[in-house]
Design a protein around this ligand. Structure first.
Ligand SMILES: CSC[C@H]1O[C@H](OP(=O)(O)O)[C@H](O)[C@@H]1O
Ligand SMILES: Nc1ncnc2[nH]cnc12
Length: 298
């Protein structure tokens, strides 16, 4: 069913953002497709809403249907805003990644815990700045409450799950040079991709719990005994592991429940703008993100 009624008529509590190779979700019932408009433009495509057990899920493939959106062009603000507007409080983000170390091999899963930003500043990376200035903490960009749950669920369905990993986010869409790949390895980065940022920054600003499930698809271009990555090989390894990823996602929906979390208070000590100055048109669309947090003063 296609429904353009908007967020007000729909709701979800868990958001799933699909990456390369994950363009649909298995196991959903009561499926509705919603086309949402946001102040930050259209999301990557219609959001798919559905039910698994007692969870209402909202799914969005970040590259769009048919993989038509390049990493630099992903409307991350619209995607996160749309999830927030639907009532989502927890998000799991799935990514294909290259391995930067010998013991992370293609087919492995990684429960991401850290990020390094090697994007070039061309991606809008904040909801704040026009009339309201906020500086959230990103010290731990992934939710510490949900990461162990994801690890447990993944370990139950997949033989090799790494409990932590630092994701190096490059601009793309080209893959790295060998010198860059070696540089990132020398810095101690674990995996490489093009999409975890600004998604993770925006999820924190929107006070969402956010976890990252990375599927290792290649050794980038540093490994002396493996071919350099290409898009086709990424797609092939993803296809071989997609049913395991789907099982992890389904399991995760049943193992987590919306609960109180520090992530939902990320703006508590972050807003620098005087409270009196929160009034007025310059505040733009931030109230929707903050919802009931600022409603009393607006
Ligand atoms: C198809 S290879 C490069 C492409 O795959 C990854 O996408 P995602 O993170 O959405 O799974 C990588 O970041 C690039 O966008
Ligand atoms: N080696 C790599 N570099 C960047 N993004 C990727 N996605 C999957 N493999 C990748």
């Amino acid at each position: 069913m296609r429904d353009t009624g908007g967020a007000a008529f729909h709701s979800a509590d868990l958001g799933i953002i699909g990456g390369s190779g994950l363009y649909s979700l298995e196991g959903l019932s009561d499926i509705t497709e919603v086309e949402l408009k946001t102040p930050y433009g259209d999301p990557s495509g219609p959001l798919i809403l559905g039910t698994v057990g007692d969870r209402r899920i909202a799914f969005v493939p970040r590259h769009g249907r048919g993989h038509v959106i390049s990493p630099s062009k992903i409307p991350a603000r619209a995607n996160i805003y749309a999830l927030k507007a639907l009532g989502v409080s927890e998000v799991i983000s799935v990514s294909a990644v290259g391995s930067l170390r010998g013991d992370f091999t293609p087919g492995d899963m990684v429960i991401l815990d850290q990020l390094i930003d090697r994007t070039r500043g061309v991606r809008p990376a904040s909801f704040f700045g026009d009339g309201m200035v906020a500086h959230v903490s990103l010290a731990d960009p992934y939710c510490g409450r949900l990461r162990p749950v994801l690890e447990r669920v993944a370990a139950a369905v997949h033989p090799t799950v790494h409990e932590a990993g630092t994701y190096c986010c490059i601009e793309g869409p080209q893959f790295s040079t060998r010198a860059e790949s070696e540089l990132y390895r020398s810095w101690g980065m674990d995996v490489i991709g093009m999409t975890a940022l600004p998604e993770a920054r925006l999820a924190r600003e929107a006070e969402l719990c956010y976890v990252g499930l990375a599927l290792v698809t290649d050794y980038d271009c540093w490994h002396p005994r493996h071919d350099s990555v290409d898009a086709q090989s990424v797609a092939e390894v993803m296809a071989a592991n997609i049913s395991a990823a789907q099982k992890v996602l389904l399991g995760f929906t049943q193992e987590t429940h919306p609960s109180q979390c520090n992530c939902h208070r990320a703006l508590d000590n972050a807003i620098m703008t005087d409270r009196q100055a929160w009034q007025g048109a310059s505040l733009g669309h931030v109230p929707t993100l903050l919802r009931d947090r600022v409603a009393p003063v607006l």
